[in-house]
Design a protein. Sequence first.
Length: 326
Amino acid sequence: DEDVTGQIGARFKAQSRLWNYNTVVNHRLDELASILIEAEDGVDESVVPEDPTPLEAERLWRLQAQENVLERLERGGLLAPPGEVDDVLNTVVNNLLVTNQIDLDVACRVMLTTPLETFSIGQAIVISRGLIDVLPDEAALAAVLADELAHIVLGHRTETMYAFSDQMIFDDAEMLSRLRLRYTSEEIEQASRKAVEMLGASPYKDKLHSASLFLKALREHAPIYPNLIEGNLGNELATAEELIRLSAIAEQGPELDEQRLDQIAALPLGSRVKLDPWTNRISLIEAKPVALRTSRDKLEFQVTPFMPRLQRLKSVSDAELSAESR
């Protein structure tokens, strides 16, 4: 970059965020070590559950792998507890499912890391906090979620070895190296075609110009931010050379013009999601939009200074704390 004196040199910007200070994560096996008092009226055993069919058993086995992975990620501090951001993501996915007449129960979760990535396991879609931050609008979010939803609809493989609980026994520091939830290049290509098909029948079909601009901006900036575009667990959207996913969407829409102030292709990091470092809970940022003065104000994919908003700590009653820890 060139400074005010005309000298050219490297400019470095960084931001370190720490979290997972004081989290309480319930383990599904906690009930084996806790004291439970049964009700006086006993348990109604009049309805006898049926034995699962082979197909049901296969689906339950995939669901077991999904639950094990999500629980381990949350216990290790990489996955946010369910909250309001998940509700927004689930609404977008539900719009895609309903308009395409797909009968699936798909849930979304948010990974607390910054690299731009998504992955799916079982019938759960996980998207990184950094990717949510930089997406310009709901239509662009729908395009990214549709691409991951397509893997689920097409029945692409789930790593069922994670259904064995002993596969989750490792240190938190080894999590990124032990878990691999990526698809093959052939599966990615199939999912991209299916995603375009689903988006064409969705409420977002006439708003995909923002998704196209986002993907073009990502392709333009990818060589500058190699660590930002490289996924930790799942599939990244692009490499330094090309777009890996949704390239057909990128070819649609208007041309990218960095000088146009009315063309917002991507947002800076930290634009959407606010993280509570004590509880790992996330919420949407409440901020008024700021008018752009020059094209430099776009700050696409960039790190900006961290300016916390101080507020008084709300008192929490013992009853609320007890209910939250259950």
